[in-house]
Write a protein that binds this ligand. Structure first.
Ligand code: NAD
Length: 278
């Protein structure tokens, strides 16, 4: 009896939204960096499907235009591309300005663009360090700074999602020392920015993918024999015994971009088929 009454009180206190409303992104505007292919495209797809206007900010113009054409065909006209080198502050400012002038506002930022060259720590150069940190960490800092200013001006909060990696938690392979340092950095940035932006109702979270089949991992199209061997060894370590698909990150990004995750900030969701358990 007591329990039943308690439930009634709770019911009165919070009006439950319909499931459809919870992930509806109509009227929202998202920037997805590195959205021309791979995980970024998977994320852009689900955000567009949920109704968001999407700006793809990517270095690869050719792939970007193909991605925009494909998404427009599926979901209408509210998709655009801006050529951006995310490691250059001027490019980032231009991408943010173009998004606001084209779509009027920004509600969701996905910092996805990243590179993962395999270089032994003994051979790493200052240029390698600079490039990997620019694309994987500084880029997110530039975008967060510019986008958060816009979100604060709008006064309606916002969602920031950083794509880290299981390597932000545990090394996956020799040769990724700088990558691992950059992804630990991105995770650290996520937590501190979540703290700073919480009073503005801007939620900042991360997704840590495991092995995902993308052009970058060489698993999307024709796989050369040597790569097949590397991938096979990696798959053997995955409890679910397969690589993930970009859409399996896209669906989690939709969760973090929508009202489904209304009380989350400073969290990192691991999406890895169980590989960190092995
Ligand atoms: N694929 C995986 O197994 C995996 C695992 C863990 C984390 N991640 C992370 O997910 C993100 C996406 O990985 P992916 O496998 O889809 O990569 P990918 O190489 O398949 O695609 C990356 C996209 O980013 C763009 N890009 C690269 N450098 C850029 C720059 N300087 N400016 C703008 N755009 C740039 C590329 O043009 C491309 O469209 C990366 O941050 C990566 O570290 C991937």
């Amino acid at each position: 009896m007591l329990r039943y009454e308690h439930l009634n009180i709770e019911k009165k206190r919070m009006e439950l939204s319909s499931l459809q409303t919870l992930f509806d992104l109509h009227g929202k505007v998202a920037i997805v960096t590195g959205g021309a292919m791979g995980i970024g495209y998977g994320i852009a797809y689900r955000l567009a499907e949920a109704g968001a206007s999407v700006m793809i900010a990517d270095l690869n113009e050719e792939a970007g235009i193909v991605a925009v054409t494909e998404l427009k065909k599926q979901f209408g006209k509210k998709i655009a591309f801006v050529k951006t080198n995310v490691g250059r502050e001027e490019d980032v400012m231009q991408a943010v300005d173009q998004t606001v002038s084209q779509f009027g506002r920004i509600d969701i930022l996905v910092n996805n663009a990243g590179i993962y060259p395999m270089i032994s720590v003994m051979q790493i150069t200052a240029e390698d360090l600079e490039k990997i940190f620019s694309v994987n960490v500084k880029s997110a800092f530039f975008f967060i700074q510019a986008v958060a200013k816009q979100m604060i001006k709008q006064g309606e909060g916002g969602k920031i999602i950083n794509i880290t990696s299981i390597d932000a938690l545990h090394p996956s392979s020799v040769g990724l020392a700088v990558y691992d340092a950059s992804k630990h950095g991105l995770w650290g940035l996520t937590k501190n920015v979540a703290l700073e932006l919480a009073p503005h109702h801007i939620q900042v979270n991360a997704i840590a993918p495991g092995g995902i089949a993308t052009p970058g991992t060489g698993t999307s199209k024709e796989v050369p024999d040597a790569m097949k061997e590397v991938v096979k060894k990696f798959i053997d370590k995955i409890p679910m015994k397969r690589m993930g698909e970009p859409d399996e990150i896209g669906k989690v990004a939709l969760f973090l971009a929508s009202d489904l995750s209304s009380y989350m900030t400073g969290s990192q969701i691991v999406v890895d088929g169980g590989v960190l358990l092995s």
